[in-house]
Unconditional design. Structure first.
Lengths: 157, 157
DNA sequence: TTGATAAAAGCAATAATATAACATATCAAT
DNA sequence: ATTGATATGTTATATTATTGCTTTTATCAA
């Protein structure tokens, strides 16, 4: 799980961008400058950003100034699995498992708002059993846990 | 799991209200008219309602006309576990397991927006394992699955 | 190369969701 | 009765998200 531990951020960004480029080319998706820049911003920050935070940065860079600019780029990224929306925060974060087909589960620190992306495959398994008995067919899942990350647990205990 | 199957709605409402009354009395919580009415509305509808849907009804009944009226009542209900917020829908629903200490998991039908509340204890178990390896301490969880309920699966397949 | 067409971007307006701030009222415990 | 804590009334505003319409750009077939 990528999340609270440190890592080489430069390669993390460039690897992710490369993976997305490849996937877009393969799928005929258009990885336009605005979409690319929004993903870069999310990757650089490496935390959940609100649409208007992103819009502010786009504005500052002359890449657009109206809400739809940000929302369209984010829609594209989310729809194609390159980013996720954290419902709890009304915010967006770059995907940590580019390319892999996955259902994410998020660990959200309530103190510093950092977000780690865990795999929710076991979670999905557990829930689908309950769903089956209700004859409910699960298509997508949102799993968000709120708590304290290691740093904040130590610092602000 | 309460949810998509039919049931006796009258007793379902009155039982829930009675349980909440009891719990409030026991805990020294004030179950005021506005709070009670909001819970009643949620119980009657038996589905997720937006804060402004609720506000409209309160307005029509002369119980208050400004957003804070609805949000305050909802905050009270959610904080004390009598209702839940469905993050995915920005909407609120009465709890189906009044009194029991539980972490809910929701099954949301994308077609009719009905919501069933399942238990997420096994889900929590699955996730806490992943969280442990990241030294993350989970305090609360949101589990929301989107899919098709039995009725809509049959009807709109 | 051009013309058709589908996707994306530009732009203005507004909708939907939620909170802040502050004054007033209620109620329970001293 | 006085205090302190909680709840309500009210105005205003903040935050998040979408609609609708026009113009531009990319794609692709003739």
């Amino acid at each position: 799980m990528i999340g609270f531990e440190t890592h080489n951020h430069e390669t993390c960004i460039s690897d992710a961008l490369k993976a997305v480029e490849t996937k877009c080319k393969a799928s005929g998706l258009k990885f336009t400058p605005a979409r690319r820049r929004v993903l870069e911003i999310l990757l650089e920050e490496h935390r959940a950003l609100g649409a208007y935070d992103i819009l502010d940065r786009l504005r500052a860079e002359g890449l657009g100034s109206q809400p739809p600019v940000a929302y369209r780029a984010l829609d594209f990224l989310v729809k194609n699995g390159f980013a996720h929306k954290i419902e709890r925060l009304n915010a967006f974060i770059a995907c940590s498992h580019m390319g892999e087909d996955h259902t994410p589960a998020f660990l959200i620190c309530r103190s510093c708002d950092n977000v780690a992306e865990a795999q929710s495959a076991p979670v999905r398994g557990a829930l689908s059993k309950a769903a089956q008995s209700a004859e409910f067919r699960i298509e997508r899942m949102v799993v968000e846990a709120v708590g304290l990350c290691p740093k904040c647990e130590d610092g602000a205990a």
